[in-house]
Design a protein around this ligand. Structure first.
Ligand code: FAD
Length: 518
């Protein structure tokens, strides 16, 4: 019988790095590859006690619900242990036009999508003349739910189900702790504490082993690089170059601070607030006991001192004593993500500013892809890797386009940052082509053909029309002849919003109840 070495059977995976990406990856692998069962693939996670995790990453998207459920983590435990709250939207403040002091303007990018099986309401909204509700309020109830400070569900609904779609805000450090415990106790991940001091290559160029300070030499068949921005295995050892995308997305630094609420029991917004600033934007996320905030900015357009002044001005009195941490961000992705017997997942793979909470989303999706397409043996690995590389490259390029959309259709002209964001050479060609098309017809399903799209039609519709993008319906009006049906659906949505709001508890009350009785 052939031994594992000669058959090339992949029996042991070593995940290096214990941040959110490392633990999500180890969990997906252990769950799918049955790490606990005889004959399953062994999964070890090694993390350094001396190299801290990045410690930020508090916003998620709805896909996280499927992941928690799939991994077998209860929603109640998650909310209790990670200080989580519900997230139903991102509220974009002052993104559209130059800000007017005392009169902030906003739009919501909500998670609830119009029921497309009943036809797309967008053209009918565009065709409506005269004063009309905002796009989000015309097609969804969720903007109103958010503005009224309500949660997405009440206590009658089972875990992970809401009257509206939702994700969470969470404490990143606590989430990593929960994932650690669950991965080790429930999924059978072997956990080691130690620092990699050297990466050993075999003659054929594969990674043979890592040499650690506390556990000697650790061998594995496949290595997953989850070492954060350092990218110790894929970047440093295998030398896979980094593709810098600051040519499109300028923000390369963040200032982060945790601040207290102004008052005891203050309402918790069930959405992320993203407020545009002269050289970037500020996130503001409500957890039960504190807010997580940060200013993401372009160092080519402002200096660090000015950035801190802008940030502290936003925080006001509540942030007076806040400790502000400056984080440098590597914007872009690796030229390939799977090279030889090493896969990068997490900040080691790629990263763009967290405007749409794409970090955990992409790392979770690619960790799942790795587990789902896990190679049977070393021989087939190049084919699996080539497919993985194509899909992950596609995902990052689409993410970059979607983030850029928020900037390049803004009408702000109050700083070079905003003007430079509209320079055609900074806008990816495929986005420019789509924007040209969408001036004459609204986006449709045909513009999002891949099953692997990270952002889809509704995401684009909310941002485009929230930002006041103009689509002419002058010559296409006769294609949309179901005006009466559309009007009755608009009325249905408006009435439904009122009824739903009457059933939903205040967001903070809902969190308190789940923590108490959940
Ligand atoms: P890290 O957290 O940096 O972990 C790296 C790990 O590698 C650590 O355990 C470390 O000990 C280990 N390590 C490093 N070197 C060695 C070594 N030599 N030996 C052994 N171990 C080693 N994502 C979102 O989804 N939503 C958000 O709202 C969001 N906000 C963000 C805001 C900012 C400013 C930034 C920078 C990122 C944000 N992200 C967000 C991304 C988020 O931080 C990441 O999704 C997440 O934390 C994953 O990080 P990681 O696990 O790849 O790396």
């Amino acid at each position: 019988m052939a031994s594992a070495a000669t058959s090339g059977h992949i029996q042991h995976v070593l995940v290096v790095g214990g941040g959110t990406a490392g633990w999500l990856t180890a969990s997906h692998l252990a769950k799918k590859l049955r790490a606990r069962s005889p004959g399953g693939v062994r999964v070890t996670l090694l993390e350094s006690e001396n190299i801290p995790t990045i410690g930020v990453g508090e916003g998620t998207v709805p896909a996280i619900r499927q992941t928690l459920q799939y991994l077998g983590i209860s929603e109640t435990d998650f909310i209790r242990e990670c200080d989580a709250t519900f997230k139903q939207s991102i509220k974009f403040v002052d993104w559209v036009d130059n800000p007017v002091p005392g009169q902030p303007s906003h739009y919501h990018h909500v998670f609830d999508y119009p029921d497309s099986s009943r036809g797309d309401l967008t053209p009918y909204w565009l065709k409506q003349a005269g004063p009309k509700p905002s796009f989000v309020d015309a097609v969804s109830v969720q903007g109103m739910v958010c503005e009224r400070g309500l949660g997405p569900k009440n206590m009658t609904l089972p875990e992970f189900q809401g009257f509206t779609s939702y994700a969470y805000h969470l404490d990143a450090a606590k989430f990593a702790r929960l994932l650690t415990r669950h991965a080790v106790e429930e999924l059978g991940v072997h956990h080691l504490l130690g620092t990699v001091e050297q990466v050993k290559r075999s003659e054929d160029g594969d990674i043979a082993a890592v040499v650690t300070d506390r556990h000697g030499t650790l061998q594995a068949d496949l290595f997953v690089d989850c070492t954060g921005f350092a990218s110790l295995l894929l970047g440093q050892s295998l030398g896979v170059p980094f593709v810098d995308r600051r040519d499109t997305l300028f923000a390369d630094y963040a200032l982060a601070a945790q601040v207290p609420y102004g008052q005891y029991n203050e309402p918790i917004p069930s959405y992320t607030i993203s407020t545009a600033q002269e050289s970037g934007w500020i996130w503001d996320i409500g957890l039960p006991e504190r807010r997580g905030t940060g200013y993401v900015y372009s160092s080519a357009h402002t200096d660090h001192e000015r950035a801190e002044t802008v940030f502290r001005h936003y925080l006001g009195a509540t942030g007076e004593n806040a400790e502000v941490r400056r984080i440098s961000m590597k914007v872009g992705y690796r030229e390939s993500f799977w090279e030889r017997n090493c896969v990068a997942i997490g900040l080691s793979q790629g990263f763009v500013e967290p405007l749409e909470a794409t970090g955990i989303l992409v790392y979770d999706a690619t960790a799942k892809m790795l587990a789902d397409t896990f190679p049977a043996n070393r021989q087939v690995m190049p084919a699996v890797a080539a497919q993985f590389n194509r899909h992950v490259h596609y995902a990052w390029e689409r993410v970059i386009e979607f983030i850029k959309l928020h900037y390049c259709i803004s009408r702000r002209s109050d700083s070079d940052f905003w003007l430079d964001n509209r320079a055609p050479e900074s806008i990816p060609e495929s986005l420019r082509d789509k924007l040209e098309l969408w001036r004459y017809q609204p986006p449709s399903e045909y513009d999002f053909p891949s099953k692997l799209e990270i952002f889809n039609l509704p995401n684009y519709l909310y941002v485009l029309y929230g930002m006041g993008f103009f689509t002419s319906t002058e010559f296409i009006g006769n294609r949309f002849a179901d005006g009466d049906a559309a009007l009755s659906r608009f009325a249905e949505i408006e009435a439904g919003a009122g009824q739903l709001c009457a059933q939903l508890p205040a967001h903070r009350d809902l969190i308190n109840k789940i923590k108490q009785f959940g």
